[in-house]
Design a protein around this ligand. Structure first.
Ligand code: ARG
Length: 464
């Protein structure tokens, strides 16, 4: 008496057809088809396991495997016909498999649910994306090392409160960016440990009555281990949230680099030249060259942090185990991965071509009394207490301000008016070169120290 409506899941249970709008509203195939190859990979492993435990014959397993491979090819070549009626990537592939191989296709879903299937797909997908992102991060780091090496001796002003503070080397500044990215890569690798866990076997939520071999599926899919609890397996999206959190930090870092590049390329700073290939003009102002790439990256950082918030809110208060809410995890996740890869790529491509205006950087460091701390340190070395030295230097700066001269431009006689501790050798510390060269301790800005830091960093990057 029951008729099978192949267009609708669990159709026998329903007396009414799905509302046409609801069908579109609840479907996810438009976006989750992105995980088609992972879905196929998971199904092939599942079928192999079902055969081993005697649920599928070897012929059925081989038919399923061949059928799925064919479907993988159809999808890769853009020939696959996706249907909204089949709701999601999983049902689309299964329906096509049954069309290709008949009854064996209908056996594939034995002992599993779309709930553990989708969790597996996302983890497989994310695992690959994390590797791509890490590779782009490493590319950008390597470009920064090259640039830092080239600019190890370049003097620029270091800022606090965006006011000239103390002279630093540009190589040192670039290595600060490098350090941020190193932590970013570490965070991704740490996140990967929790992504790389196999949920398959949890089925809908309570596991399955078949004597499944989860270790076998786990090994076939090269996961580190099977998940420990079936309820948690289908409902956990922590790993996706962690990924977006790590991604948000990456984008936050890129937004900071971006901001500096935008400022430095302005006529007011004029420290760098962003290559033409990474800028665009204005449709109305012919003279303009806009730093579009860093601006866009800066803007996109907001979008990734937004995705992190979306996922946190998505999971907040969800009761165990799987809920349809979870279907909303994919678009933010995919967009986070895409945005990261694109932004990192643009930066890695741009970095080697960055024009550095060394003379401008040097001039800027000569303004703002950047060596005032060096003068205070000099006085302390001559025996003065730091607080008194601070006071003496304050007077010297006052004179410099009134007479529009940098500290190095004030004569020895004039300086000696402020303190008898001052001798001719004071000019060694008042020059920008002397100031940076003096900071040669671990983590300091001296050119030779920076070159050592670059060497260590390069070795670390290669050993990853
Ligand atoms: N499309 C669903 C998702 O993305 C797959 C799992 C559906 N499971 C279910 N019981 N409705 O989460």
């Amino acid at each position: 008496m029951s008729t099978v409506n192949t267009d609708k899941l669990s159709s026998a249970r329903f007396a009414q057809a799905t509302d046409a709008f609801v069908e579109v509203f609840t479907a996810s195939v438009d976006f989750d088809r992105r995980m088609a190859q992972q879905d196929i990979q998971g199904s092939i492993a599942h079928a192999a396991m079902l055969c081993k435990i005697g649920v599928l014959s070897e012929t059925e397993r081989d038919d399923i495997t061949e059928g799925l491979k064919k479907i993988g090819l159809e999808i890769a070549q853009g020939q696959f016909k996706w249907s909204i009626k089949q709701e999601d990537v999983h049902m689309n592939i299964e329906a096509r498999l049954t069309e290709l191989i008949g009854i064996a296709g209908k056996k594939l879903h034995t002992g599993r649910s779309r709930n553990d299937q989708v969790a597996t797909d996302i983890r497989l997908y994310l695992r690959t994306e994390i590797n791509h992102i890490s590779a782009q991060l490493a590319r950008l780091q390597s470009a920064l090392l090259d640039l830092a090496e080239r600019e190890a001796d370049t003097i620029m002003p270091g800022f606090t409160h965006l006011q000239v503070a103390q002279p630093i080397t540009f190589g040192h500044h670039l290595m600060a960016w490098f350090e941020m990215l190193s932590r970013d890569r570490e965070r991704l690798q740490d996140c990967l440990k929790r992504v790389n866990i196999m949920p398959l076997g949890a089925a809908a939520l309570a596991g399955t009555s078949y004597p499944i071999d989860r270790q076998m599926t786990c090994d076939l899919l090269q996961f580190a281990k099977p998940s420990a609890n079936s309820l948690d397996s289908v409902s956990d999206r922590d790993f996706a949230i962690e990924f977006c959190a790590a991604g948000s930090l990456i984008m936050m870092h890129l937004s900071r680099f971006s901001e500096e590049l935008v400022l430095w390329s302005s006529a007011q700073f004029d420290f760098i030249d962003i290559p033409d290939a990474f800028c665009t003009g204005s449709s109305i102002m012919p003279q303009k060259k806009n730093p579009d790439v860093p601006e866009l990256v800066r803007g996109k950082s907001g979008r990734v942090t937004g995705h992190l918030m979306s996922l946190l809110m998505l999971m907040k208060s969800q009761p165990l185990a799987y809920n349809k809410d979870n279907q909303e995890d994919k678009e933010p996740l995919f967009d986070t991965a895409d945005t990261l890869i694109n932004c990192l790529r643009a930066f890695a491509d741009m970095m080697p071509h960055l024009g550095v205006k060394r003379a401008k950087m040097f001039q800027a460091a000569q303004q703002g009394f950047a060596t005032a701390t060096d003068l205070a340190d000099y006085l302390v070395r001559q025996g003065m207490a730091f607080r008194d030295a601070h006071e003496v230097v304050g007077q010297a700066v006052r004179l410099g301000l009134d007479s529009q001269r940098d500290l190095a431009e004030i004569s020895l006689a004039e300086l000696q008016e402020f303190s008898s501790y001052i001798n001719a050798d004071v000019f060694d510390v008042l020059t920008l070169e002397g100031s940076v060269a003096a900071r040669r301790h671990l983590g300091g800005t001296a050119p030779d120290t920076v070159r050592k830091a670059i060497e260590t960093a390069r070795a670390q990057l290669q050993a990853r």
